[in-house]
Design a protein around this ligand. Structure first.
Ligand SMILES: Cc1cc2nc3c(=O)[nH]c(=O)nc-3n(C[C@H](O)[C@H](O)[C@H](O)COP(=O)(O)OP(=O)(O)OC[C@H]3O[C@@H](n4cnc5c(N)ncnc54)[C@H](O)[C@@H]3O)c2cc1C
Length: 376
């Protein structure tokens, strides 16, 4: 996304990706795009397929005590929505746009290391096709995810990390089954949280809260469907559509931020700088809003020589990042079961959901965060 936005402003870049093109175009991850992310993709000319194939949702359902409650986000936010469009489809569209524009993308870049970003002459060293190469550049953008090499290359002590690990994970499945609901369902249940989502009108994406270090081998498909059915069950006979499980995995839940998101001429963006628990569907969206700011800052530098926006990059992004952290943490606390809970906490949690689905003020707060706070 960053390379595409820079290209539109006439700024050259090179993308180094450690995986193959096929791998990143098939990797199943996020799927909920905020209104601002959709606008960014459409306005920058890579949103045609998204507009054709994306599923626009105006609401979500919160389900607890065996009944559902719809939050009409569209009405509460004066016409904003979310769009369901898989992250790997966004990746395909961006890779295609970069290649069509003659952009330089190097897949399977190995042994990538970053140097010289503390002084005047940054460079990146990597191996491609068995050959070591060195890339001289003005700046390095560390968009290499949570397990990438950019953040750990910054000298110890220069960054402060803020961290929270949650005592559970999400077991996620992709199933060849038409979604049982037109909109997402977030379910709070005595047995734990469950989420019903989708990727297309034929493919469901479903999640279950499971123990922190749960082994996927303990979850044969029958057990997953039985557990989902229990957690989504209602008094009005709602039924879950089942189908062959195409993929399943367990992901840990964590909140993490480093400050600042920059050191010298190395700028961190997206998961390289922060991760959120997936409950608020913010990870991909935060990555998009970071690079929107970074592209503007580079554009200002290359057009006027001013580093004012580049120096402000971290501050601008972190204000939005922390609000998304707060929202993701809150959604997680409201909807999950915690080992440390007692009966008081359970009653309090139900009261919170009851208040949330009965108060227009509370629903508005949820809706405006879910569709995405404004990008600065
Ligand atoms: C299972 C799962 C489900 C998720 N669900 C959601 C969701 O529903 N909603 C949501 O908003 N977010 C979700 N997320 C989070 C979301 O996918 C991330 O927040 C998002 O991908 C961050 O984008 P990024 O570009 O910062 O990092 P990434 O997408 O991780 O991209 C980083 C890239 O850098 C490459 N790379 C890493 N190291 C190197 C290296 N040394 N050299 C070269 N390349 C390197 C990686 O191969 C990768 O392609 C989910 C994540 C997972 C894992």
């Amino acid at each position: 996304m960053l390379a595409h936005l820079l290209h539109l402003r006439g700024i050259e870049s090179v993308i180094l990706e450690s995986r193959t093109r096929q791998y990143i175009e098939e990797r199943v991850r996020a799927g909920v795009l905020e209104q601002g992310t959709v606008d960014l993709l459409v306005d920058s000319g890579v949103g045609a397929r998204l507009q054709r194939e994306g599923l626009v949702h105006h609401g979500i359902e919160l389900r607890f005590n065996r009944s559902g409650h719809r939050i009409n986000m569209y009405e509460l936010t004066s016409g904003k929505a979310i769009t369901i469009y898989a992250q790997h489809e966004v990746v395909k569209d961006l890779v295609a746009a970069r290649l069509a524009a003659g952009g330089k993308l190097i897949f399977e870049a190995a042994d990538v290391s970053v140097h010289g970003f503390d002084g005047g002459k940054p460079f990146v060293r990597f191996r491609s096709g068995g050959e070591f190469q060195e890339l001289q550049c003005d700046y390095i953008a560390g968009c290499d995810g949570f397990h990438g090499i950019c953040r750990p290359s910054i000298p110890a002590g220069a960054l402060t990390a803020f961290d929270r690990v949650y005592p559970f994970g999400w077991l996620g499945i992709l199933a060849q089954a038409p979604p049982s609901s037109k909109e997402l369902i977030y379910a709070y249940h005595d047995r734990g949280f469950a989420l019903l989502s989708m990727r297309t009108p034929e493919i469901s994406r479903l999640y279950l809260q499971v123990a922190h270090h749960e082994d996927i081998e303990n979850w044969p498909d029958d057990r997953i469907w039985a557990e989902l059915a229990k957690r989504f069950e209602t008094d009005d006979g709602w039924r879950l559509t089942e189908g062959p499980v195409l993929q399943k995995s367990i992901t840990g839940m964590r909140s993490y931020v480093v400050e600042p998101m920059q050191f010298g001429k190395l700028f961190l963006a997206g998961d390289a700088a922060h991760i959120v628990p997936p409950t608020g569907a913010k990870g991909l969206n935060l990555a998009a809003s970071d690079v929107r700011v970074l592209a503007q800052a580079f554009a200002e530098f290359y057009s006027s020589g001013s580093t004012r926006l580049l120096e402000d990059y971290s501050r601008i992004c972190l204000r939005r990042v922390w609000k998304a952290q707060r929202f993701s943490w809150w959604m997680t606390y409201v909807l999950h079961r915690f080992d440390t809970e007692n009966s008081f906490d359970q009653r309090r949690q139900i009261a919170e959901l009851d208040y949330l689905t009965g108060s227009r003020a509370a629903m508005t707060s949820l809706a405006e965060n879910y569709v995405g706070l404004p990008m600065e």
